[in-house]
Structure formats: structure tokens, C-alpha cells
Design a protein around this ligand. Sequence first.
Ligand code: ZN
Length: 340
Amino acid sequence: MRMNPTILFPLCLSTLLAQDTGTAHKAAATALLNSNNSGAARLACPATIGVVSTANSPAGPSRAGGPPGGAAKGGGAAKGGGRGPAAAPPKENWYAEGGQVFDNLYMLTTKVNSAWAVKTSGGIILIDTLFGYAAQDAIVDGLKKMGLDPADIKYIIVSHAHGDHDGAVKFLQDTYKPRIIMGPKDWELSAREADPPRHDIEAVDGQKVTLGDTTVTIYITPGHTGGTLSVLVPVKDHGQPHLAMEWGGTALSGGTSKEMLESYISNAKRLKDISDGAGADVIIVNHTEYNDALNRLERTKARKAGEPNPWIVGKAEVQTYLTVVEECAKAWLAIGEGRP
Ligand SMILES: [Zn+2]
């Protein structure tokens, strides 16, 4: 049968143009890759640009070890409760030693995810909580090993309500009674979990969380989830002030909606401007691979007097990091005709 070219041609052309544009945006991201951002690009950029795929779950990317719904409590209960994979994996599969990276900033980590303790004169602000099964070893004992008292946790800022970041919130809320801050939309997400945390503070864009001598600023940057929070954290290196930026939700998939991709892009741009204006020169992450954080932590531990802090990457690298994820989102948007 002879196909009518006037029907076929516009469809083919638009698909090809979308792929061209997608390829161009991915190439723009790829051109900027280095150890400060290549892991972020791996999770944010489409792996291949060709046939449009919408096969991935719209709930977001799969989380290491966790089921897509992530609501099972299961084996996590024995070690701090909270959300996590249905059965806690063997410790050797996930455990990684944390460490101090600035005078006032401590990385609490697993092999895959990291959380951050900001030490202030008024106690600790914790950013993220890892999977529930890691709460005792990585958060509670992790803080104690570094001379900090988990009972001093006064605030927990949750970047977004996926189990690898909010898994231990309920346990920490019950145990130490900190205030919990989440984006409004992510409180809705977390309310659907088994044994969810009690509803507490709904973050406001630009919110300043002051504890003692330290103020962390929160921005609502939807894209990875509807209420993803990104933060700017003042840190000190041997007394010298620096400013750390965390982009709170990074990974994208074929199931991410057009609306969320557009939000991701506009918020990455917005946070770039904010970070630039505020002078952010440090990148912190909630998945270790995003900026090679475990290796960076080892280099920090081996650092000798007078050597630079591996986390201080400079203002331009913070801008580049956000440009990389922005270009990845643009690539998804370009190839995603027909997405939800
Ligand atoms: Zn997530």
C-alpha cells in the first residue's frame, strides 16, 4: 500500500527535530561533565536519545534497593524503623563511613545516599535522613562517632519524600523530637507512606531556618517531586566562610511529566541566579554518585594542612552543575512528545 507522504512527513519531521534538539541539549550537558557533576548527569539526562520511551514509572526513578512505591516498613523497623526496602539489605552492601567536611558540616552517608548535619551553636540541622535501615548506624552512631549528639537535632529538612531521603524521619521524629520541614506537596507524598511522620512544618520558598548562629535558606524547586527542597548552607573551612548548595531532587525519567520538566528547568535556572548572587561555591549532594562524594570524602580525610578542601569547587562549578541538570531536563522535554 502506498502511504500518503503529506500525512507521514510532518510526524517524522517533528520527531526528528525533537530528537535533534534533545541530542543538542544532552550534548550541551555532556560538554560540561567533570567529577563535580557527571553522576548527576547520569541520573538526570536521558540515557539514549532515539525512540521516545515512557516506560519508566511516573513516580520517579527507582531508588537503590527500594521498591518503586517504597512504602514497606519491614526489616527497617529493627534498625530505626521508617521507610526503606521491604527487607534491610546486609550492612556490608550499603554501609559507608561518614566524616566531617567543614568546620560545621558533617556527611552522614551510605554507599548510595548522603545526609548532612549542620552543627550550629543551638544544635543540629539535619538535611535528609537516608533509608530507615541506615538510621542507627549512619545517623545516630555516625553523629556520635564525630562527637555530635543526635539528641541535639532540632530541625530536619527533607529534600523530598522518597524513601532514600525520608526513610528515617519518623524514627528520628519519635526519638529526638526535632521539627520536620518538607515541601507542602511532599508532605502529601509522605502521608501515603506506611507509618508516615507526623505532619509538621510546610516549607515556604525562600524560608530561612535559623538555629543558633546559623541560617539555612530553603527554596522550593519542584521537578523531581512536586515539593522538592533545595538549600543553601553557610559553611566554614578553618574559619573561612563558604556557601554550600544542594539541588534537592535530580533524577528524571521518561515518566516525568511535561509540567514537572518545565518546573525543573525554570527552578534550576532560578537557583543558578540565587546561588550566583549569594556566592555559593560548594556543592553538596544527596546521592553520593552525583559529585563523586565518597571519593571526595576520602580525599577530605587525607587532606593535609594547607591543602585545599575538595568540596570547595568555586562559584563557576556550582553554576555548571545546575546548567548540566537543566540541559538534561531540556533534553527530556525535547524528546518527550506525548509524555503525560
Ligand atoms: Zn528521589
